[in-house]
Design a protein around this ligand. Structure first.
Ligand SMILES: [Fe+2]
Length: 180
């Protein structure tokens, strides 16, 4: 089974619509941070980078006057829950292995505790990598969602990251595909 690439994920209209809305520049930056943290934590960079790239795909509109209302968002947000489902559906559609899709989806779900009454999440390594990667690119007041990137630049950065993942993939056991 050939690997579903970040480029394929990027090109899908669902990604363009929802990741485009929450910030493509942020998504690409977090995917790169995830590659770095994945090495540190010994998790598979393919899973980490996909989850990181898709972590905010569940964002939806708390717009006021064409801009995000950050306070309203903070109160009512469940983007991690929506994102976990959206990422899962997209990955399955693209042909991702169901076990990988599940792990990626759970990492999207647990990248933040903003939907929980307390911060009681105990993260597994992959989930921790995605949370750290997101934090590494965060700016006060949600500024990271507004950074801009040209579509061609985003795509070529992801193609490069695909290469990096494929190059290092041999060092990792993709546990989710074992025995399937
Ligand atoms: Fe984020």
């Amino acid at each position: 089974m050939s690997r579903v690439t970040l480029q394929e994920i990027f090109q899908h209209p669902i990604t363009q619509k929802y990741v485009g809305r929450s910030g493509m520049a942020h998504a690409v930056a977090v995917a790169y941070h995830a590659f770095k943290f994945a090495k540190l934590y010994g998790v598979h960079p393919d899973l980490a980078c996909k989850a990181a790239f898709l972590h905010d795909i569940g964002h939806y509109t708390w717009y006021r006057n064409g801009h995000w209302d950050y306070e309203l968002y903070k109160q009512n947000d469940i983007h991690a829950i929506k994102g976990a489902e959206r990422a899962h559906k997209l990955l399955i559609r693209l042909g991702e292995h169901p076990a990988a899709a599940k792990q990626i989806s759970l990492a999207v779900l647990f990248h933040t505790d903003s939907f929980l009454p307390d911060n009681s999440i105990e993260r597994e390594a992959l989930q921790q990598v995605v949370a750290l990667a997101d934090e590494a690119d965060e700016e006060p007041g949600g500024g990271h969602h507004y950074k801009e990137i040209a579509p061609e630049e985003a795509e070529s950065l992801l193609v490069e990251l695909d290469r990096m993942i494929e190059k290092s993939a041999g060092q990792y056991q993709l546990a989710v595909t074992a025995g399937s």
